[in-house]
Structure formats: structure tokens, C-alpha cells
Design a binder for this molecule. Structure first.
Ligand SMILES: Cc1cc2nc3c(=O)[nH]c(=O)nc-3n(C[C@H](O)[C@H](O)[C@H](O)COP(=O)(O)O)c2cc1C
Length: 365
């Protein structure tokens, strides 16, 4: 455990969990802003080296969207040891999101339900944060890999146009842009995942993206709530356009029967441990349906090195986490990586790339 300075989180957590989850989250952001979280030390082992399309990363663990919704803590996020971070979701115009309370935790099941529905400062203000980060890091040898999660926001007539505008605005500053079509909270949010709508959307967005001077990688983030037939439609649509990758996936509207009734009754997207199995199954299916041709990011319920390794073996080139930060604290990335190294060694892999999709590679894809 020498990679972790001193993991104070188990001592702090009981007090933090006395607070309303959104207040606890805001307090964590404040501590990060004030420099009160000592930086995690990440294992420096080449076995962890990962790739995603043209990107090379020292390890595969990144931050999922929604933690830094306003993009005003970009550099600080890397104190946690992430190899990449997705900021946002951001909407074209400022919007307040749903009324509070809108975030709930269930401690025994290590789960969160949120129904924020994009409390966002809007593209313009978000752009200023990105520009400020860019200026502040102008002297750095290499900027960390940052992506923006783009949502179309409430009451938009032309969703494709909203995504395109966001991509065009943020492109000069980011490594990847994610088209978020899978928010479980926005009204009528998931219709864009339907076959014809998705194909039409991706065709317009990829066409606009192709004309950009500086092109960030273009990803789409899908929901884990897909039947096999829906997953096949999504895979077909994604394979028909020049998309750089897919994130599988967002939080779920499902409520496993193991959850307590009062928690399960809250509307919104469920994340954390109860999401792991479902999202990993869909990830494996997507890997097979896309024949390993579309780089995938596995997201949903990753708490341990074993979980992250399972996502990679199911087909993920990279892994994102959010809810495990709440339950395991700011050194969760270091813990996950330390736990993953022996598993990679045990199975004879010399880097992450070799392990991607290993569960399925023996079968004919
Ligand atoms: C409070 C909260 C806010 C989130 N906001 C967003 C968001 O704005 N955009 C998005 O694509 N995903 C959002 N997510 C989903 C996460 O990025 C992730 O896909 C999901 O939580 C599953 O991963 P996890 O089990 O590791 O948390 C949010 C999740 C939580 C818990």
C-alpha cells in the first residue's frame, strides 16, 4: 500500500455520510479546490499501459462524467491519479436541473440514485472554464487527457445541432467529446438511442466533426438498459459512421429487487455496485457485436481491481469510475491499480491491450 500517502477516507467517511449526498459531494469538491486532498501516488508499472485509438495512457482508469459538471476543477481532478477525465455533462444553455433532493445513497449496497438532469452553467460559461484551464497549463510539457460530456439540454428542437455546437466550441481544448444520449433523467431522454434516430444523429454529428480543423475523438455514451435487439441496432449504427469509441454506459433505470424499497422508489439513474453485472454484460455484447472494431470504455459499478479487470476482459480498452469514489474515497484509483497488477501478471499479460476482450477472443468474433 506504499502508493497511497495515508488513506484518511475510512475515518472521514462516517462523518461525510451524515450529510445529504449532494452537500457531501460539494464539500469534497471544495476540499479538492482548496488543495486539502494529498495527491495519490499511482503505481508506475508498464503492465498498466493502455491505449485508446491513437491515445497512449499510463493506465486505464479515468473519471466518469458528472463529478465535475461545470469543468472548474479540471487540473485538480488529476490529483486522484486518473489517466483521463470526462467533465460535464454540459448543456447549451444554463439550466438548474431538478429540484433538491436529487441524489440518494444506499450504503449497504454501495449504490447511488441521482436525478440531477443536468444542472449546468451552459456552453459559454463552460468554455471559459476550459480556456482558463488551458491558459493555466500552457507551460506544462503535456496536458492530461480531458473530454467533455455534451448533453442537448431541455426543450431543444434540434438535438444534433446542439451536440455539434458543443463539439465545435470545445474542440480546440479537449482530447475527446462524448455525445451523451443516455441520460436517465431528462424527459424523453433516451429516444435518440432508437435505431433510425441514432443513425441520423450520428451521420450529422460525424459529418460536422470531420470538417473540424482540430478533431477531438468522438464518442457516444449509451445506457445499460438495452435488449439484445436494441444493442444490435446501436452496434450497426455505430459501425456505419466514423465514430472513435463508445462508453458503456450510463446509470440504469432498473431497480434490482435486493435494494430497499424506499431507496429503490427514488426516481433517477442507479449507479454503483448493483450496476456492475448488467453494464459488464452489455459491454461484452457490444464488443462482440462491433467485432472489437470500436474502442470501448467500460463504466458502471467498478470498485476494485477485479471489477476493472473484468471490464477489460469483457472488451473495454479503458475504464471509468464515479460511484466508487464516493464509497472508497480519493485513493480508489491507486487501490484499483494495485489490485489489478497481480491479476494481469497471473494471466500472463504484459499490458492492458493484450487483455482487452480476452473473455471472448478465443471464440470467433
Ligand atoms: C451524481 C451523478 C451525476 C452524473 N452525471 C452524469 C452526466 O452529467 N453525464 C453522464 O454521461 N453521466 C453522468 N453520470 C453517470 C456516470 O458517469 C456513470 O456513467 C455511472 O454513474 C455509472 O458508473 P459508476 O457506477 O462508476 O458510478 C452521473 C452519475 C452520478 C452518480
Amino acid at each position: 500500500m506504499f502508493h497511497i500517502p495515508f488513506d484518511f477516507y475510512p475515518l472521514l467517511k462516517p462523518f461525510l455520510f451524515l450529510l445529504d449526498p449532494e452537500k457531501a459531494h460539494n464539500l469534497s469538491l471544495l476540499c479538492l479546490r482548496k488543495g486539502l486532498v494529498p495527491a495519490a501516488k499511482i503505481p508506475n508499472d508498464p503492465i498498466l499501459n493502455a491505449t485508446f485509438g491513437p491515445l497512449s495512457l499510463p493506465h486505464p482508469i479515468g473519471l466518469g462524467a458528472g463529478f465535475d459538471k461545470q469543468g472548474d476543477l479540471i487540473q485538480e481532478l488529476f490529483n486522484f491519479g486518473f489517466s483521463f477525465a470526462e467533465i460535464g455533462g454540459v448543456t447549451p444553455k444554463p439550466q438548474p436541473g431538478n429540484p433538491r433532493p436529487r441524489m440518494f445513497r444506499d450504503v449497504p449496497h454501495k449504490a447511488i440514485i441521482n436525478r440531477f438532469n443536468f444542472n449546468s452553467i451552459g456552453f459559454q460559461a463552460f468554455l471559459r472554464h476550459l480556456e482558463a484551464w488551458h491558459d493555466a497549463t500552457a507551460m506544462e510539457k503535456e496536458r492530461p487527457i480531458v473530454g467533455v460530456n455534451i448533453a442537448h439540454g431541455d426543450n431543444v428542437k434540434d438535438e444534433a445541432e446542439a451536440y455539434i455546437r458543443g463539439i465545435e466550441m470545445f474542440a480546440p481544448y479537449i482530447s475527446f467529446a462524448t455525445i451523451n444520449i443516455s441520460c436517465p433523467n431528462a424527459p424523453d431522454a433516451r429516444h435518440l438511442e432508437e435505431k433510425d434516430e441514432l443513425k441520423a444523429l450520428l451521420e450529422r454529428v460525424t459529418k460536422a466533426h470531420a470538417s473540424l480543423e482540430k478533431k477531438p475523438l468522438l464518442l457516444v455514451k449509451i445506457s445499460p438498459d438495452q435488449t439484445e435487439a436494441q444493442a444490435k441496432d446501436i452496434a450497426d449504427a455505430v459501425l456505419s459512421v466514423p465514430l472513435d469509441g463508445m462508453i458503456v454506459g450510463n446509470s440504469t433505470t432498473d431497480r434490482p429487487s435486493s435494494l430497499p424499497a424506499s431507496f429503490a422508489a427514488e426516481k433517477g439513474g442507479l449507479s454503483g455496485e448493483p450496476l456492475f453485472e448488467k453494464s459488464t454484460k452489455l459491454l461484452g455484447l457490444m464488443y462482440r457485436l462491433t467485432e472489437g472494431k470500436v474502442p470501448l470504455i467500460g463504466c458502471g459499478g467498478v470498485f476494485s481491481g477485479q471489477d476493472a479487470y473484468a471490464k477489460i476482459r469483457a472488451g473495454a480498452s479503458l475504464v471509468q469510475i464515479y460511484t466508487s469514489m464516493v464509497f472508497r474515497g480519493p485513493y480508489v484509483v491507486a487501490h484499483i491499480l494495485e489490485e489489478m497488477i497481480p491479476l494481469l501478471k497471473r494471466d500472463g499479460f504484459s499490458c492492458i491491450k493484450e487483455a482487452v476482450g480476452a473473455d471472448f477472443r478465443k471464440e470467433s468474433l
